[in-house]
Design a binder for this molecule. Structure first.
Ligand SMILES: [Zn+2]
Length: 310
């Protein structure tokens, strides 16, 4: 199985277009130790030729153009694409807006929870993907689902599972409630398997807390891509960027007693990579003490173009 990080940043990317926080200013200025990142997406292939996208970021056109394996093949006919399916983990703009780049009547499949498919159905702009060419398929929670598309069986099987999290910001309702209209399944993680090779990994780009159920699931995994949005819960407040904690946004912190470093430490995961990294996060500075602490704890900080073979 081949896995390629297309984008390792959270919504807004790095740098974010309207942000001059220290990180964004430094990466824009080309300061050593800072590398730009596009918004969160992975591409996976079991056979090296058919690819499945895990989330479709607004940057998808750029990501495809920077990844030769995902481009149209010179010998594949006038119109062709190795992208056979897109699997969506939520209705957030940075997870679904990239679908709009995939118009042009190219057959592939879109997989998402019933809630995500309802969001696509409610927004008529997604009808540029003609459903007779680009079928939308429900990805039920807790069921290993073979991923097919463009007339191909990709050889990948995906199981979606609910994780503690939050509904997409623009779908929030009930501001007085504790969970802002979130329901089980608004945040999901994926277990991606290639049955032919027996390999599998986990992709959890948004998660509020590692509860015992999630910990049990990740135990002993070969590879986990995990929510690296924030280093500390009040990071965005302290930097004056937003009056919301990580918890309010549905994102666990990397550090601290409730953080993901401590939560995953006892689970025996062989390789751990942070993705969905917000531009405020000090781990984006390769020379920061936070970056050193993260790497010393056995984690990698995801970067666009990173390739992993399982
Ligand atoms: Zn910034």
């Amino acid at each position: 199985m081949l896995i390629r990080i297309l984008g390792a940043a959270a919504g807004g990317g790095f740098p974010q277009w309207n942000c001059s926080c220290r990180n964004c200013a430094d990466v824009r200025a080309g300061k050593p130790g800072f590398r730009a990142r596009t918004q969160c997406s992975l591409a996976v292939s079991a056979n090296g030729s058919d690819w499945v996208l895990l989330n479709t970021a607004p940057d998808l056109r750029q990501q495809i153009n920077e990844t030769p394996e995902l481009g149209a093949r010179a010998d594949g006919g006038l119109r062709n694409s190795p992208v056979k399916a897109a699997v969506l983990t939520g209705g957030d703009v940075d997870f679904i807006a990239g679908l709009l780049n995939l118009r042009e009547l190219q057959p592939f499949s879109v997989y998402g929870s019933a809630r995500v498919l309802a969001t696509l159905a409610d927004n008529s702009v997604f009808n540029v993907l003609d459903s007779s060419v680009v079928p939308r398929r429900e990805l039920p929670l807790g069921t290993a689902t073979p991923i097919e598309g463009g007339g191909r069986d990709t050889g990948l099987v995906v199981e979606a599972f609910a994780v503690p999290g939050k509904i997409a910001l623009y779908l929030e309702s009930g501001a007085s409630s504790d969970n802002y209209g979130s329901r089980e399944g608004d945040a999901i993680g994926l277990k991606v398997s290639a049955p032919a090779s027996g390999k599998s990994f986990f992709y959890v780009p948004g998660c509020a807390v590692v509860d015992p159920e999630l910990a049990a699931r990740l135990k002993g995994a070969a590879l986990v891509f995990f929510d690296g949005t924030l280093y500390t819960d009040e990071e965005m407040i302290r930097q004056g960027l937003m009056q919301k904690t990580g918890q309010r946004m549905g994102h666990i912190s990397i550090s601290g007693p409730e953080g993901s470093i401590d939560a995953l430490a006892p689970l025996g995961v062989k390789r751990k990579i942070y993705v969905h990294i917000n531009n405020s996060n000090p781990v984006l500075d390769e020379n920061s003490p936070e970056r050193r602490a993260t790497e010393a704890a056995g984690w990698e900080v995801g970067l666009d173009g990173m390739e992993i073979r399982l």
